[in-house]
Design a protein around this ligand. Structure first.
Ligand SMILES: Cc1cc2nc3c(=O)[nH]c(=O)nc-3n(C[C@H](O)[C@H](O)[C@H](O)COP(=O)(O)OP(=O)(O)OC[C@H]3O[C@@H](n4cnc5c(N)ncnc54)[C@H](O)[C@@H]3O)c2cc1C
Length: 420
């Protein structure tokens, strides 16, 4: 495995960094002012999108992007260091049309959409004209287990009629969120992994109601993590993605790349937290020493560096595996980074906040938001425990397959004497 940057990646890194330095980072105060004034989608984001697109920094996340689609197709390994740079500003990915949950939805429509679905929904998403959300989790059932999803998608002539309640649906409060991809049950009696389907539901369909934007840790995000009710919502059967019963399989396909993108951004956010920690440790003094001269703070800095490097290498390995062998083959690596990176991020941010003293918990650094993103990712796209379960199962399957082969390593009476 070779994770060194190709010439193209090196060039793109410089371009994205340059774009961030010239346009995005100087816009942070304006963005914050506008959002604080109640505008969830400042116009400056649209201006920056136009600039990014003109510079070819567009749709960088989609390896299968076609020549006639806007942007440039990169492998996951090529995209990883770019997502890391974008991740440092939590709203920057949208500027490059690389933000969740749109990326996952575009990926699904790219893989499975019919020509009509692509034209109506994928193309405007790829052009950055609309946004979307992905509605799976439900308040009434433990949604870590997708088999539990109970929203009903019932066939009625040429339509589906959808009834159900979803919550924590990211992006649904965005003023341009025009379409949702809804997971629900089309065949209640079917084989468990074939009961679910995914259906495209325009947000302005009668019966779709965004009930509230749920605050996360008392923080109301501008794009929202919303509760949505679908009440007798009618869409044509042509809105099913791939086919009836394919919901479970599509969810797996969607969540692979989506998870790795989150982890890439998290690495960038952790780097920023470490930089802030070092800066503060170099300027504040207690008991006659700069903070970094206290052994425990020096250790926090060193541990953070080690943990970020470890996490980055595993993320790159997962990216390499997806590129080479596909998301299914990379399931173990994807599960590992999804369980590892958010924990690393919260640990690094936690140390950085501590080094900042009271300021670390206030609004004058991005640390609380960076910590919160790490904490969110311990649940969003599946809780840690589900990913750990996947890893443990694979380990145990491998253990079953090699049963008995470890006997030569075991203590056999008399063997030690013979070896000696
Ligand atoms: C900010 C935010 C944004 C989100 N965005 C979206 C979105 O856009 N779309 C969407 O559909 N969902 C979204 N989610 C929901 C998220 O995917 C779910 O919360 C998650 O899958 C867990 O489902 P649940 O909340 O129903 O928890 P439950 O399924 O009730 O699980 C509760 C807890 O049980 C434990 N647990 C579960 N399974 C196991 C196991 N096998 N072994 C041991 N312990 C276990 C875990 O600790 C878990 O946290 C978002 C969540 C948050 C917080």
């Amino acid at each position: 495995m070779d994770f060194s940057y190709s010439e193209r990646t090196g060039q793109l890194r410089r371009q994205v960094q340059d774009f961030m330095d010239r346009y995005v980072i100087p816009s942070i105060p304006d963005w914050q002012r506008e959002v604080a004034a109640g505008n969830p989608h400042p116009a400056l984001v649209e201006d920056l999108k136009t600039l990014a697109r003109d510079e070819g920094l567009w749709n960088l996340f989609l390896p299968s992007l076609r020549d006639d689609e806007p942007g440039q197709p990169l492998s996951n390994l090529e995209y990883a260091p770019l997502a890391e740079i974008m991740g440092r500003v939590v709203w920057a990915s949208e500027v490059f049309n690389c933000s969740a949950p749109d990326t996952g939805n575009m990926e699904i429509l790219h893989l499975f959409g019919t020509p009509e679905q692509r034209e109506r929904w994928l193309d405007p998403l790829l052009r950055g004209e609309i946004r979307s959300c992905f509605a799976m989790t439900e308040p009434d059932v433990a949604s870590s287990d997708a088999n539990n999803i109970q929203t009903s998608i019932a066939r009625d002539g040429g339509d589906y009629v959808i009834n159900g309640r979803k919550w924590f649906i990211s992006g649904a409060a965005h003023p341009r969120c025009t379409v949702s991809i809804v997971m629900g049950v089309t065949d209640p009696q079917g084989e468990p992994h074939r009961r679910q389907s995914m259906v495209i539901v325009p947000m302005d369909t009668p019966g779709v109601e965004v009930i509230r934007n749920i605050p996360v840790m008392n923080h109301v995000s501008v794009e929202g993590h919303c509760e949505i009710v679908y009440r007798n919502v009618r869409v044509p059967v042509a809105n099913v993605i791939r086919e009836e019963g394919a919901g479970f399989a599509i969810a797996q396909a969607r969540l692979g790349p989506g998870r790795i993108h989150h982890c890439m951004r998290s690495i960038g956010q952790s780097e920023l937290a470490l930089e802030l920690m070092c800066e503060r440790a170099a300027e504040r003094k207690t008991f006659g020493r700069y903070l970094h001269q206290h052994a425990n703070v020096a250790e926090w800095i060193a541990l953070s560096r080690i943990e970020i490097e470890q996490a980055r290498l595993l993320v790159l390995k997962a990216a390499w595996m997806i590129d080479r062998h596909g998301a299914k083959e990379a399931a173990r690596e994807i599960a590992m980074i999804k369980a590892l990176v958010p924990r690393m991020q919260t640990a690094v941010c936690e140390r950085a906040m501590q080094v900042h003293g009271a300021m670390g918990l206030g609004p004058d650094t991005p640390l609380p938001i960076l910590w919160m993103w790490g904490r969110i990712l311990r649940l969003a796209d599946g809780p840690d425990e589900v990913h750990l379960r996947t890893i443990a199962r694979q380990e145990m399957n491998a253990a079953q397959a090699r049963r008995g082969s470890l006997l030569p390593f075991m203590g056999v009476p008399g063997a030690a004497g013979r070896l000696g």
